[in-house]
Design a binder for this molecule. Sequence first.
Ligand code: ADP
Length: 602
Amino acid sequence: MNEVKSPKKPLIYYYIIAMLVVVLLNALLLPWIAKQQIVEVDYGTFISMTERNEIGGVQVQDNQIIFTGKDGRTVYKTGKMDDPDLVARLQASGAVYGKEIIEEASPLLSFLLSWILPMAMFIGIGQIVSKKMMKNAGGPNSMMFGMGKSNAKVYVKSSEGIKFSDVAGEDEAKENLTEIVDYLHNPGKYKEIGASMPKGILLVGPPGTGKTMLAKAVAGEANVPFFSISGSEFVEMFVGMGASKVRDLFRQAKEKAPCIVFIDEIDAIGKKRDGHIGGNDEREQTLNQLLTEMDGFEGNTGVIILAATNRPESLDPALTRPGRFDRRVPVELPDLKGREEILKVHAKKIKVEAGVDFSRIARMASGASGAELANIVNEAALRAVRDGRSKATQADLEESIEVVIAGYQKKNAILTDEEKLIVAYHEIGHALVAARQSNAAPVQKITIVPRTSGALGYTMQVEEGNHYLMTREEIEAKIATYTGGRAAEELIGSVTTGASNDIEQATKLARAMITRYGMSEEFDMVAMETVTNQYLGGDTSMACSPETQRQIDLKTVEVVKRQHALATKILTESRDKLDQLAKFLYEKETITGDEFMSILNQ
Ligand code: ADP
């Protein structure tokens, strides 16, 4: 979309221009007013001119002597010396002395030029600029110099605007928002039956899932102006400034109605007011103003407010009650089909070889957000260019998944042979435990090429379909797979630090089984932990007594230990396969899931 911005120059810009004008005036105009050009000469020249009777008039000043030639036109200047014979010599030369030669520039004029004019200019500029800002900011209520002005960017309708078709997947969200578009097109239909549109719609979901895109698409489809501002832009240093910005935003929006106002990262101003003394007054005032403004306009004025956040749980309940942000549209991570569609949408922007299997790429990139998928496609195109090809291939796309997940291949990370062998055993350990348990997803690829993220190797598993639920057995199998790397290291007698991430993941899962999923006998269906940050990493906070915590810790250890033992058992039983596969991986560095399976099934 076209962004329309009024050209805004900082105040300092006007002042610099004014300074330049004053300096130029002083440098050029004053000498011109002084009219005469003065030639500076040394004292010797003055004396010899006196002796040659070439001097017309002389004026002796405190620290200099000014004199003219015989014609009286050229004016000379020289320094004053202690010269007792001067008068006698001048007398002899017939010069006229004691008379004023130079007409000083009128003191009044130079005073005007060097003092009054600059001051007048500065005051004038100040007046003009402040008037202009007042006008923009909506009258005398607003702060001087636009401090209380909302700097929402206004996007106007344009043919190249984002449409719903650009946002792949997210069908439910799109369906939900289509109603808004329909309303903006034809409000009469809704008014007739007495329905009023929601004033505010909250888009919630993890980062990079297309919330901003969806908001733009609504505006693009409805062909109405789109105001976009980030929550953090409201938060200012001075109390009251943010509130003034909110007022201004709504005033502008009402003028342009029907229109869409999009507030990104609304949690920056919409956080729960905690009532702490000395809390964040500015933020709370801004939020209060937002609440007031949302109450202030009637449901059917045609201003629709969309807001996005990835921390819905932190929002003030007053903000989410009906009548304000009364509709919540989840924008979740895309599922398998969604991922495939997003890949296809972005692949249209680059040149891709015919016959690329996007569904396979989508399966490999399980858990990736829309933004990551867009990044994967772009990385593939970059890789093709790097290799001097004109089209991106399947291999480019597959490699770029790894780049986005694990970083670039480290060209000069030199592992010793022994380390490489341990990494190979470690990765095969994971893969073998996964493959031997029927519930584990098949392995796609195993590699021991170090990556810039610090991973020395990894096993890429592929989900065949969508998973919305996980059974207890699946979670346990996952924990066993995580412990498989270390179990393999133990079998060859080289326990290393390489398992730290596995340990973290296995512990997280085991703990969640007990504290959140009710999968332990002791604690039954009691929540011992609550998720505080659903969309940003899923942090949890404990909600139990210290004694219970201790028991949970012990129980967690028990769960992990059991799965670790299982992994060791599986690997011991398949020791020959473990050795064979590890050796194969050690030699080839990267093997595919098919190669792995064919050796395993030999
Ligand atoms: P959010 O606001 O949810 O953090 P954005 O809307 O800013 O995410 O998305 C960032 C980028 O990711 C977009 O510019 C787009 O290229 C890509 N993207 C995300 N989701 C989708 C989607 N569903 N379809 C197509 N592209 C997407």
